[in-house]
Design a protein around this ligand. Structure first.
Ligand SMILES: *[C@@H]1O[C@H](CO)[C@@H](O)[C@H](O)[C@H]1NC(C)=O
Ligand SMILES: *[C@@H]1O[C@H](CO)[C@@H](O)[C@H](O)[C@H]1NC(C)=O
Ligand SMILES: *[C@@H]1O[C@H](CO)[C@@H](O)[C@H](O)[C@H]1NC(C)=O
Length: 339
């Protein structure tokens, strides 16, 4: 703070001096308010299984930061798609990171020197999220993270496929460590470098990545609140398995159908596997049987939200579904699915 705002020994001599004093005091107050907001901004570890340098995870990072979240990215150095809950000790790179984003011989864990919140781990998704929670969060947040966003994955993870998904594996690992999490996966994506976001900004892939990043941020905001953290965010021992349907763009990126903006998506509360005979889910939309996520996502411009047991990766009981439904209900996010 400048001398002019200390208790004045000399009198303020002019309007100019008084005004500049007030402006300084005001801007100091604003800076303190900003710092408080940043300190209380929800702390998020972002991970995936497609690798730290794919377009989707960078679009997601940018969207979460733009929405005011405090984000650290910790993801595999390479494509680790389909590795489920595999785990191993990270090792020195025997080949370059994906898309040549680090050279052979780089350390087992590394970061972008000019943006140290972008981190890779040369191992499986479970190991990457563990590093994010146990090492990076204390370093950058001074505490555990509030939440883990895993994905969106390149390609859906529906029904039995969830068992093999690294994106789901990482989300389950977070929940098992006591950090609320959601696994997100999406249809209209490909494993391309983050540089395509700027080199091909109007391509269908980039447009889709931005839409899925917005949708992921929307659900994250609803679960966490902004500038404060809801408590509890989700029940212990579960994660959410969220899938986004196809977007509709022509090959040149022109909207060509009913699913070309985030606002076009309808969110539906679902189950992972189709209900067996006698299954009783939470009652909603006039039924005690939830639609299964594959049926919903295959039907068009939908986002499915299933509650998953973080240990078994299976559906949970009606009571647990009910707790999550109650968390989401006030937002008005969810719609009923009528086939
Ligand atoms: C990433 O790994 C998966 C599973 O092995 C494979 O299907 C996919 O083609 C890989 N992606 C790229 C871009 O190589
Ligand atoms: C590292 O960060 C810089 C500055 O934001 C960016 O230009 C560069 O593309 C990033 N590289 C990687 C691999 O993240
Ligand atoms: C979703 O996110 C976008 C961009 O942050 C925002 O404009 C929109 O209002 C959000 N929608 C909901 C339902 O939160």
């Amino acid at each position: 703070m400048g001398n002019c705002c200390k208790p004045p020994r000399t009198k303020i001599r002019s309007w100019t001096q008084l005004t500049s004093c007030l402006v300084l005091a005001l801007s100091t107050a604003v800076t303190i308010a900003d710092a408080r907001a940043a300190a209380s901004a929800p702390k998020v570890v972002l991970t995936n299984d497609d690798g730290w340098a794919v377009a989707q995870i960078r679009a997601q990072r940018d969207a979460l930061v733009a929405a005011g979240f405090n984000v650290v990215l910790s993801a595999p150095a390479e494509n680790e798609s389909g590795t489920g809950s595999s785990t191993a000790t990270p090792v020195t790179l025997k080949q370059p990171c994906e898309f040549n984003t680090c050279p052979t011989g780089s350390p087992a864990e590394g970061f972008n020197a000019s943006d140290t919140r972008l981190n890779y781990v040369n191992s499986f998704p479970v190991d990457a999220v563990r590093f994010g929670i146990q090492t990076l969060a204390p370093k950058f947040f001074g505490s555990a993270p509030d939440f883990v966003v895993s994905g969106p994955n390149v390609g859906t993870n529906l029904g039995t496929v969830t068992q093999n998904s690294g994106t789901v594996g990482a989300a389950c690992e977070a929940a098992k460590e006591g950090i609320p999490s959601v696994a997100f996966s999406a249809s209209s994506l490909s494993q391309v470098s983050y540089t395509t976001l700027t080199s091909a900004p109007t391509s269908p892939g980039t447009r889709s990545a931005l839409i899925y990043a917005t949708l992921t941020t929307n659900l994250t905001s609803i679960l966490l609140g902004t500038n404060h953290v809801a408590n509890p965010i989700l029940p212990a021992g579960i994660t959410l398995n969220v899938n986004f349907g196809r977007t509709t763009f022509s090959s040149s990126g022109v909207p060509s159908g009913d699913c070309a903006a985030a606002g076009d998506f309808q969110w539906v509360f679902t189950r992972i596997l189709p209900a067996g005979a006698g299954t009783k889910d939470v009652q909603t939309c006039g039924s005690t049987v939830l639609p299964d996520e594959r049926t919903v996502v295959d039907a068009g411009c939908f986002a499915s939200v299933s509650v998953m047991d973080a240990s078994t990766k299976a559906d949970v009981d009606a009571a647990t579904q009910g707790v999550v439904l109650q968390r989401l209900a006030p937002s008005g996010l969810l719609s009923c699915f009528d086939g």
